[in-house]
Design a protein around this ligand. Sequence first.
Ligand code: SF4
Length: 247
Amino acid sequence: MKIYHIAYEPTFRSLDIHFWTKCNLSCQACYTHYEKRDFGLLDDPIAGITQRTREKPPKRFLTLAEVISRIEDLEIERAIFMGTEPTLDPEMPQLAQALHHHFKCYNIILTNGLRAFDLTHIDEVIFSIKALSDKLHRDYTGRSNKNIVKNFIAIYKSGKKLQAETVLIPDYIDKYEIERIAEFIADIEPNIPLRIDAYFPVGDNPWRAATADEVEAAAKLATKSLNKVNCLTLEMKRIGEKSVRIF
Ligand code: SF4
């Protein structure tokens, strides 16, 4: 498998499973090359991230059997598939099935949605929509969003629980672009939740961090069309105990 790192959040009995695949997007603000550890393990995960140079990719990966043997004594209510793009690991569906079988847990996958994937043992999809404008999307990720838009609609129609996520980048992917993303989602179903994350600077990008006020202003516009909008700002503190590293 492509699993290089696992962390466990005791408070929520939640397992964060980090995949390292060759992502099919090239987002300019992708932080995974600068911090590969689970944010729940760190007191201030983004402190000093702008000063860092790119880390080397991981070398050691776990097999499915190794994953199960390392987690078998844990009480797991939720498993979250994250890291780079987890849907690109061909063994992801087997892992989801094994987790359902062994732990009866609730499987959540974070995806960029570019490629359709097997949803059989996935309970919830957190689907990242980087931009609705195809021109902006191509500029930010290097790829068109046409398939992403189609796949978002397809997942909604499949009946799987679906949540959208996006990142507010000041003067680039701004509150008006987020308003357009919200309108696109609302045309499908206004009860699909949208989470707006604050951008934090990584690499040599020109953008500054998004403030809490800016994220809230974007959320205010998004709530004109959507019923459930949440914010993830840089000031927010961890809820619950610190995570534990499993691998
Ligand atoms: S989709 Fe996620 S992992 Fe892939 S490049 Fe973008 S931010 Fe990085």
